[in-house]
Write a protein that binds this ligand. Structure first.
Ligand code: NDP
Length: 245
């Protein structure tokens, strides 16, 4: 296993859920983190807790290419480099296609696909120049299987899977690429579902009862971060044991 001590890890979507838990674990293991999300107050609170020597932040909307680049540059200016990127920010406003919630479709595409691409773009040339680096993308089990209501969300997460594989092939030998596919875990993600009937349908399937703590997914991010540079675990599927699909 590769030590995380003094590793510089940039994490998007660090104001809650997996991103926040991964940031805490990274700093606990000696890494320095560069955190982005829109809610600046949450990022500030987290960085105050973790210590400004180890954790810095910048309010960042991943749908803005300029803001993503500014986040990476903030990390490079402060710590000298970005070793690893965790492309984690995402939203999941599930609904049936017949509802025509096109603004939500646009938003999912912008955050879940373009946000991941802008994240890659913000560090890729920096990593290629150094001939080393690591990019971890967070997809979903919905990136391997479609359910009624998940057509667009799954579309975005299938895209993350395709982008991860393309990145792996194109950067071969230089950059470690891991795509993580979580099942149901307890985070704020379900709050992004605005269609009441969809939320009720999801809850009636007992998803809330079997969902496991966010820390379990953060541990899988840490596992990927600790891989020896000569090795890449390209896919990790992590579900509650009780989750079927
Ligand atoms: P949370 O809702 O707790 O966290 C989502 C994070 O994304 C927040 O920090 C949020 O911060 C950030 N975010 C959302 N929109 C933007 C934006 N436009 N710009 C920057 N940051 C943004 O959910 P999770 O921790 O669960 O989600 C993390 C990832 O895991 C997502 O990609 C999600 O799709 C994926 N996932 C989650 C599963 C689960 O069961 N929880 C299952 C499968 C995949 P802010 O609002 O401050 O901007």
């Amino acid at each position: 296993m590769n030590e995380l001590k003094d590793r510089i890890v940039m994490i998007t979507g660090a104001s809650s859920g997996f991103g926040k838990e991964a940031a805490k674990m990274c700093v606990g293991l000696g890494a320095k983190v560069v955190l982005g999300a829109r809610r600046e107050d949450k990022l500030k609170e987290l960085c105050d807790e973790l210590g400004s020597d180890s954790a810095i932040y910048k309010a960042t909307d991943v749908t803005s290419k300029e803001q993503m680049h500014a986040l990476a540059q903030h990390g490079i200016d402060t710590f000298g480099r970005i070793d690893s990127l965790v492309n984690n920010a995402g939203v999941m406003p599930l609904s049936l296609l017949e509802k025509g919630r096109t603004d939500e479709w646009d938003h999912m595409i912008d955050v879940n696909i373009k946000g991941v691409l802008y994240g890659i773009d913000s560090v890729y040339s920096h990593m290629l120049e150094r001939e080393s680096g690591q990019i971890i993308n967070i997809s979903s089990v919905a990136g391997k299987r479609v359910m009624p209501g998940s057509a667009v969300y799954s579309g975005t997460k299938y895209a993350v899977r395709a982008i991860s594989e393309g990145l792996r092939l194109e950067s071969s030998g230089k950059i470690q690429v891991t795509c993580i596919y979580p099942g149901a875990f307890k985070t704020e993600l379900a709050f992004s579902i605005k269609d009441e009937s969809m939320l009720e349908a999801l809850m009636s399937r007992g998803i809330g009862d079997i969902a496991q703590p966010a820390e379990r997914v953060a541990e899988s991010i840490i596992y990927a971060l600790q891989l020896d540079p000569g090795v890449s675990v390209n896919e990790i599927v992590i579900r509650p044991t009780a989750q079927e699909a």
